[in-house]
Design a protein. Sequence first.
Lengths: 415, 427
Amino acid sequence: MISFSRFTLDNGLKILVHEDRSTPLIALNILYNVGSKDEDPGMTGFAHLFEHLMFGGSVNIPDYDTPLQMAGGENNAFTNNDITNYYLTLPAANIETGLWLESDRMAGLDFSQKNLDTQKSVVIEEYNQRYLNQPYGDAILNLRPLAYKVHPYRWPTIGMDISHIERAELDQVKDFFYSHYAPNNAILALSGNISDTEALELVKKWFGTIEKRKIRKKILPVEPHQNEARKLILEKDLPADAIYKAWHTVQRTNDDFHTLDLITDLLAGGESGRLNTILTRELKLFSEINAYITSDLDPGLLIISGKLMKDVTFSEAETALEEVLTGLSSEKGLYDEMEKVKNKFEATSVFSNTSILNKAYSLCSYELAGDAGLINQEVGKYRAVDVAMVMSAAKKYLRDTNCSSLYYKSLRANK
Amino acid sequence: MMSDVQRLRPPVYPVGKVNIPEANVLNLKNGIPVFIIESGTEDITRLEFTFRAGQVREKEALVASTTNMMLTEGSVYHKAEEISSMLDFHGAYINSSYEKDRAGIVIYLLSKHLSKILDLGREILFSPAFPENELETLMKKRLRWFLVNREKVHNIALDQFFESIFGKNHPYGRQAIEDDFSSIKPSLLREFHKLNYLPSNMAIIISGRPPVNTKELLEEFFGDLPGQELSPGSEVLHPRGEGPKKVHIPRKGAVQTAIRIGSATINKRHKDYPGLKILDTILGGYFGSRLMKNIREEKGYTYGINSLVTSFDLSGYKAISTEVSTKYSRNAVEEIYKEIDRLSNEPVSNEELNLVKNYMSGEMLRMFDGPFALAESFRAVWEFGLGNEYYYRLAERIKTISSDEIMELAQTYYNIDDLYQVTVGEE
């Protein structure tokens, strides 16, 4: 059970505080409700590029990192389809340094051409390192546009084409800031060695006078229902064949979300998951295989990806995979396995509560999904999933006509 | 908008003395040492069994890692699937850990399941079956993983770097090749297990909030194991750098070049090591480091660059690593040497030294925050025969080191002629 207090400032900034006196540190998390789904299709990758620019200096502070390090702090950030999230930890006595830094860059950035040019180049190298210079690194770049035809989830956070980053201009940067970065579009959490009254007072002091801004309205196209199996085969110089399959599912606030999450745990949660037990161990068709669900605010995907063993054909591998998925529509083995994955889910949630950073982020993330209090309901909701729900969700979502399949075919003779 | 007066920088308070809880030490009746570090707010336990059974103990490549990975692939009582189901059913996470010097397993569990998990842990560690069929499957999988990893410039550079600085015949430096994956037989693993996975070669490290009867449970499941004599190991072979100082491995079409520059150096037992840690932090050990500032934030050649100093039993090593745009690889290498050179020739400014000192003081709080971090920090000194006095010494060095001392350390330990350079990429 995570106890927390919740406040809202007059300018719309939401604040969550969790007190944990077992640590000498405080974690500060700020979530901005802007992600790659809010980008213009001609300007993708911008939310993530912007995350880099947020470290390039603000109105009163020329360099973000130095004062933080001077106060013994450590920080980082990430961007995904829905959000941009910034986080740091500091010795408790120095928390004001963190609030000073974060409030200053919320109040206004120092937009400089030099910073933009350098960070464009850093992001291009990030793209090269993570997506182009790794075998299978571009899988997600190919899978998303296959699964989504109109919704902005069709492009990855890094952007659908790196030329979009190359073209980014300073005016667009300014416009992006003022239409998305604002107290009324952010959620702030403090977790660690601080009381809620002290936290509120300090946040008010540093953020209270930043004015509300007009946030660009989210008008997101609804992805039309998929009703045909989609396939894409790519031939590449790779050491092994690989398969990626994606099924449309639901948003994380949907009633079926926990059932689908539990299904991916039955399939691939831990060494004893069905995919590993049957396809890797027993039939020796895959060298590795994984399943997960994207936890998105708009309808997301259930993704299964695996690399084939030597001399295994796509059709053998896929037929066996389909059989495992069909198995979810039968009660056989389900009761015991469900008890197992529920126990594991509960344990995982306790483990993640040992980190003040995790707690601060989770509070923000659940608040964005509707209510920070959901953090304490997750285990119960997951426990409430029953066999009938699993069987019916498997039938409903894991259909061939709801699936996009991407095949990497190795061109090597002796693969 | 708030006036600038109100936006004045808040004062920074020095980080107080780090408070490191001492481990509770006990010995089981057969002599197995147990270290218990009580900490945290949740009823969870981190349980580590560690043996001197790492790569350094193997004669053929892959034997130490495979022995370790096969522990959960079937015991004389249970099949692999049964073992993993039992662990998953109790919500436990198991990590096999195989390193240069040590190997073992780490299990994260809810404290209420400790008895069950200790029972299973004993079985996994001391009654493995090394079944032929599972071994064959594992080696086929490992070969596929290996082939995928050998496509990554980062991994190729890492393997070659260890070979260059430690020598290709030393277990620290030896690279696996494709054929090694077909030569591992159950008998090799049984022999390695028999020699190295012995109660007399083991320690148990526990952190979190273990149940009150932990000591009794440990006696029950581990206290009666026969304490065998350790076979005297063969003569210790010392790692030595060999081969050309600069190696380039061509990868046609790579859009980035992986760079690794460094050498063997002193390890944690040496008195200069804490100072070397500070020097390394200045160079590339944090986000504001000189390498990051120059090569990423000024020039945009890379997504990231860092340096590290770390310790193995027989040697330490230091390394700078990065992946940079192919077209800038030459400039990046040049800039790296410039930064190394600067350490020996130019005193660090007070401002920069203070920054690093403050950053590292904060880092020391993070190193002991929570049961998982505490156990890792404990092991990181225990395996060198050291205790918390190492950390207090490090904290003291952080507080007192001068820029002259930093320069002297650089002159002693960062001689450019001693460094090995590995690049993997185009041209």
